[in-house]
Design a protein around this ligand. Structure first.
Ligand code: SFD
Ligand code: AMP
Length: 643
């Protein structure tokens, strides 16, 4: 085949047994574990990993992290963990999935330490690994502190060593999954393009792990103008997981859920270490602690408001009252927290403490340290502003949107929650993990890795059970290539119509289209513009405008490979945004006050809506179907919370 050109890419076709889409925490976990199982099985199973970026620094952990947020340890058990997850997500989670993560997650943390990740230890236990019984420094009940600037590098290295570099393909963006010609409910392949060379890659496989992270940048971000590009969650994760799964016919769940993190303003610095490790308090502009001042608001939301730690959305809800009633800005009172801790410290220890305050951000969110430096903020002297950010869609952090997957069979879950292979979606051969799995949040980095490992086992078993399977594509490759390169053709065909390359009646730039998507979501689907409020009528407008945006999206141009990437990211974002909007429309209550409010149904309705909302998408008719699925508590919640 001749070398590709911009208008005419080379098409590379490959066949493997298992494809891992994504190179983040979940896929790195899967890569490591799969190689063990493949070797142990003695079977000849081929596997490949494909990431749109470079695995060493891709995904949410790209900048590093300063805590591992899920480590069970000896003090509590997986059932406690499932209780916490459920409470934080207002009661609607899959206990079977959370419990399963809970009983596997510590093994991932042991591996991280074995691979060289420095984990803080209690005095006297410095030389002892967690596995040997070393006691970690816990910031909170579930979280442990790490020196994690190189966290992703370390986890990626283990995946690379296990797989071998020849099985890892970087800088290939997967655009579409391909269903099987003989069974539309089975997956047969995926297609994507290189973001460096003029090549389209087509993979045929028996099983696939789709773990391409959550969705960022569907809402207009708070950071605009000179701040554009800053976000809390990784900007590269653009809803590929949810949109590609939906187009393949997989059932989604809880797509109405979102995460609106309270963050240090402008730099998006996470707050966990400040609340939990440094014991700081957040206040309104007058120094009043809103968690105390407004605590009666929690009585509107039993039992989730009554827990020892009220749900994350409710903590936002209490903060937003102050903002709405004009008592902002909101501050993290860093000086008081550091002064209190310093009371019993030597000057050297105080210096160390102040260094840790900076390192928290230098390890995980460098931009926030930049904001501090740029604004002359010394955290021991100056409080920092907090702000609820624009919404993010994710299934692994403090949110739970995602794909409906098959759960474990040994924990007493309803039979309908399990269809044979753990972590398989409702499409045969298509698995997911991490941000991809719906209705089970709070897995974080470690739980996502563990879930990837769980998937690896299932996928190897699936491939071995389906040795004779011969996948066939339901669409000719030439048609798919043509579709993927449409933005390039549009550009080449029309570029000379005008003298300004960005101004042309025949096409729209991906950048402009993204602004339109963000404006629609921000103004009608409960973004920051309306303080996270929407209603039935606003959603109707959003529905109409998103429909028109979908039409115009076909006119996106790509003047180079970078824009081709941006165009398809936008396509994934639009479908994800549409799913989010449809689910909010369907759920006639406000399940997550502080994350979003349907002002026409501004209450939690336990009687009618303590259920999952699932959906399917028909890519031919472009229609969504939302429906209720019964929720069942598997872990006893009556003894919830106060402990
Ligand atoms: O401070 C395609 N997270 C935290 N977890 C913790 O354990 N501790 C913390 O301290 C955490 N905090 C935190 C966290 C994240 C971020 C961004 C910040 C702070 C600033 C959460 C975890 O990082 C998160 O839960 C996991 O990483 C989720 O894992 P996973 O595998 O589901 O997603 P990923 O790691 O982002 O990887 C996605 C991969 O997909 C690739 N990709 N590849 C091919 N084709 C496509 N179309 C693709 N689209 C995406 C990506 O390149 C990437 O490799 S704190 O806030 O609490
Ligand atoms: P964050 O930095 O907000 O992403 O949070 C990191 C971890 O700390 C997550 O497990 C959160 O659930 C937890 N967390 C953050 N803020 C609080 C808080 N005020 N109280 C209890 N847990 C918190």
């Amino acid at each position: 085949m001749a070398e590709g050109t911009f208008g005419s890419p080379e098409v590379v076709e490959e066949e493997v047994d298992i494809l891992l889409i994504g190179g983040g925490m979940a896929c790195c976990g899967a890569a490591y574990e799969a190689m063990h199982y493949i070797e142990a099985s003695g079977a000849d199973i081929s596997i490949k990993m494909v990431d749109k970026a470079a695995v060493d620094r891709s995904g949410a952990v790209a900048q590093g992290l300063s805590a591992i947020n899920t480590y069970i340890g000896g003090e509590q058990d997986p059932a406690d963990y499932a209780r916490m997850v459920s409470n934080d997500l207002m009661g609607i989670t899959r206990d079977d999935l959370a419990y399963d993560v809970g009983r596997h997650v510590d093994d991932s943390v042991y591996l991280f330490e074995e691979w060289g990740l420095p984990i803080w230890k209690q005095p006297g236990d410095e030389g002892k690994s967690l596995k040997e019984g070393g006691m970690p420094v816990r910031s909170g009940k579930w979280q442990i502190m790490i020196n994690g600037e190189s966290y992703k590098w370390i986890v990626a290295e283990a995946a690379k060593k296990a797989m071998g570099s020849e099985r890892i393909q970087e800088r290939v963006f997967i655009v579409k999954l391909i269903n099987d010609k003989n069974d539309p409910s089975r997956i047969a392949g995926a297609i994507g393009f290189s973001t460096r060379d003029h090549k389209v890659y087509v993979y045929k496989f028996k099983a696939c792990l789709l773990a391409a992270g959550g969705c960022v940048n569907i809402f207009r971000p708070r950071s605009v103008g000179e701040g554009t590009g800053r976000a809390w969650y990784p900007v590269w994760n653009s809803g590929s997981t949810y949109s590609m799964a939906a187009e393949a016919g997989a059932e989604l769940t809880m797509m109405e859920n979102r995460f609106v993190p309270a963050r240090f303003k402008d730099g998006y610095g996470p707050v966990g270490a400040w609340f939990l490790l440094f014991k700081a308090q957040a206040t309104n502009a007058f120094g009043e602690v809103y968690m105390q001042k407004n605590k009666e608001l929690l009585n509107d939301y039993p039992p989730y408001g009554q827990a020892a730690v009220p749900a994350s959305c409710l903590r936002n809800h209490l903060m937003m009252k102050e903002m709405k009633e004009g008592r902002g800005p909101i501050y993290m009172d860093t000086p008081t927290a550091l002064q209190k801790l310093a009371e019993t410290m030597t000057p050297k220890e105080i210096k160390h403490l102040e260094a840790e305050a900076w390192e928290d951000f230098l390890d995980m969110c460098i931009g926030q340290a930049g904001v501090w430096a740029g604004e002359n903020i010394e955290p021991e002297k100056t409080p920092s502003e907090l702000m609820p950010t624009e919404p993010y869609l994710l299934g692994s952090h403090s949110g739970c949107c995602g794909i409906w997957v098959s759960g474990p069979t040994d924990v007493g879950a309803p039979e309908s929650w399990s269809w044979g292979y753990r972590s398989m979606t409702t499409i045969k051969g298509l698995f997911t993990a991490g941000d991809g799995v719906g209705a089970s949040g709070h897995k974080f980095s470690s739980g996502s890795h563990a879930e990837g490992r769980i998937c690896a086992r299932s996928m190897v078993k699936y491939v071995m059970d389906n040795k004779d399977l011969a996948p066939e594509f339901d669409t000719p490759v030439s048609e798919l290539v043509e579709e993927i390169y449409t933005p390039v053709r549009t550009f080449l065909e029309h570029k000379d119509y005008s003298t300004a390359i960005d101004v042309n009646p025949n096409y729209i730039t991906p950048r402009m289209l993204q602004f339109r998507l963000q404006k629609i979501m921000d103004e009608y689907v409960a973004g920051v513009a309306t303080l996270y409020q929407t209603n039935e009528k606003m959603l109707e407008v959003a529905e109409h405008k998103l429909g028109m945006l979908k039409e115009d999206a076909k006119k996106m141009r790509a003047k180079d490979l970078h824009e081709l990437l941006r165009a398809w990211e936008n396509y994934h974002r639009i479908l994800t945004a549409e799913a989010h909007m449809k689910h909010i429309q369907f759920r006639e209550e406000s399940r997550y006050p502080g994350f979003y409010y349907r002002m026409d149904k501004n209450f939690v309705d336990e009687e009618n809506w303590k259920c999952f909302v699932n959906s399917t998408y028909d890519k031919k008719t472009q229609e969504w179907k939302c429906f209720k699925v019964e929720h069942v508590d598997i872990v006893d919640k009556t003894q919830l919370m106060k402990k």
